[in-house]
Structures are given as C-alpha cells and as structure tokens.
Design a protein around this ligand. Sequence first.
Ligand code: PMP
Length: 330
Amino acid sequence: MKIADTILDLIGDTPLVKLHKVTDGVSATVLVKLEYLNPGGSSKDRIATRIIDAAEREGHLLPGGTIVEPTSGNTGVGLALVAQQRGYRCVFVLPDKVGEDKRNVLTAYGAEIVVTPTSVAPDHPDSYYSVSDRLAREIPGAFKPNQYANPNGPLSHYETTGPEIWRDTDGRVTHFVAGVGTGGTITGTGRYLREVSGDTVRIIGADPEGSVYSGGTGRPYLVEGVGEDFWPAAYDPSVVHEVIAVSDAESFAMTRRLALEEGILVGGSSGMAVVAALRAATTLSADDTIVVLLPDGGRGYLGKIFNDGWMRSYGFTNAPAGNTVADLLE
Ligand code: PMP
C-alpha cells in the first residue's frame, strides 16, 4: 500500500520535468521543478513545516499557541496548513489590496484574517507591519515566524529542495535558477548544490526589473512573490553567482507559453525564472543541465496573467490571435 499518514507527509519530493517547446534553439537540457504539486500548492509548504518544527523544539510555540504573520500569499497557506494539522490558531494580517480568493483560501484552512489599509506608511500604527507586531505582542502564546529573517526558511531548502535536485539529476545539474523573494529558496538550495558538487553548480537568481537584487530601488512591478525593496536576512548574496532582471511583460508572456506549449500552468514568478534560465542558456552547451524552480501554480492568477482583459489593461500582449473559434465564426 502507498498511503501517506497525513497531508504533511506529502510536502516535498516534487518532480522534475523537461521543457521541450519554449527551449527551441537551446542546446542545454532545461528541467523545471514543480513546486505547485506540494499539498498547499507552493514551495512555501517546505518552509512552513521547518519553521513550525523549530519553533516547537525551541519552545517558541506551545500547544494551543497562535501563529501571527503578515502574509497574504503562499507562506500563509503553508503555515495555515501546518497549523491546522498541529492544532494551532493562525492570524494573518493582509493589506486590503489582497483579493477575495486569496483571503478565502486562508480562511478555508481555518485561519483568521485581519485586513489593514494599503495606503498607509509602514510605520503607521494601522499598517500591515505595525498591526502584526502588535498582535504578536498582545495575543498570549503568539509566535511570529518572520519568513524574511527566519533561518529555518533557507534551511528547509538546504535540507530538502537541494538534495532532491541532486538525487533526481544523478548529480548532473550544472545550473540552478530560482526567483528571489525572501531569498530563502535560492540561498538554501544554492548552498547545498554548491557544497555537494564541489562548487561547480552555478547559482542564478531571477528578479523583477526594478527590485534591489538586480540593482534596482524597489520600483513597482506586477509579478508577485519575488523582488524586494530591502535586503532580507534570509538572502545570502554570497551563494548567488549572478542575478538576471526580467520585465513583467517577458515574465507574463513566458507564463502563458508554459501553459500553452508545455501544459504547465504556473504563476508569474515561474515564467520569470524560465526567462532568466533561457537567457543564461544562450551560452551553454548540450553538456549542461539547468534546473529551474517553479514556486507555485497558475490557478491563483486566472484573473490576472491568464485574463486577456487584465493583460491588455496593463499594455501586455496576449496569446496570438487569428486561430480561435471566435475568429473562425466571424
Ligand atoms: N514565487 C512566489 C509565487 C512566491 O510566493 C515566493 C515566495 N515569496 C517566491 C517566488 C520566492 O521565494 P523565496 O521567498 O524563497 O525567495
């Protein structure tokens, strides 16, 4: 029998799959690691498990405790999932710009949400950061994971993501590409792959144009989950050989192509990472194997990247027209 005892036992061990179409003209093998196949739908399930395990071990989280974090995205889902299984209460603080679907996925797992105004400065008492700090201070038994600084984030990738890639490629991986948000994925996975390979694997970050990791100031971009306007402690720049900046337009166009041409429905940061990988691949040969981590699935972006009207409203071009049923019926 092949039965998992709990849903948490299904976190990690995500598969690698080869790209065939979007890699046209590329000699190197390009493999993508499908993190949306984690039970909560993203790579953040990995960090949630390790952060909560460590907090329990170190006595920061006691039975009946409450997890408080400012997050609207994948980390919230991962934490909510682990909290549900372990009997903790979860309170997430979200800015009011976060859409209803994202709020509902958190409450579906039993988390409580507190919505704060987007239009106030970070040091304002009503800001997302101030409210979460206050709740963490005032709720008895509260624990704040702080994914931007918690060393267990990068450690989870050092202990799981890195070894999985090395094992599943039989040590043939030569390049690793990942988008940088907190920096935990690239720091942990990159450190492991450099160590285990005798420092031959090259680590490449992908970053939205305008973000600090690729030399920007934090100028706004639309791709979600990656890029920052500050340098988080979870990111160790010494692990990363190179950071490639990618525009929103390129990220979204590739995200659409991955669904249309490869059957892989993923989010915008995944498209961004593939663009960076293909750019790096232009100088590589058939002896090279690039592994690209795709952090989450595309279902959370149906109203945005996969919506022609939304894409057009930001001036992005859509899938090629002229061969649709609507065109044929005209
Ligand atoms: N893509 C998405 C969709 C994410 O939610 C995240 C996490 N913020 C990342 C990429 C980047 O991962 P990391 O925080 O480990 O750098």
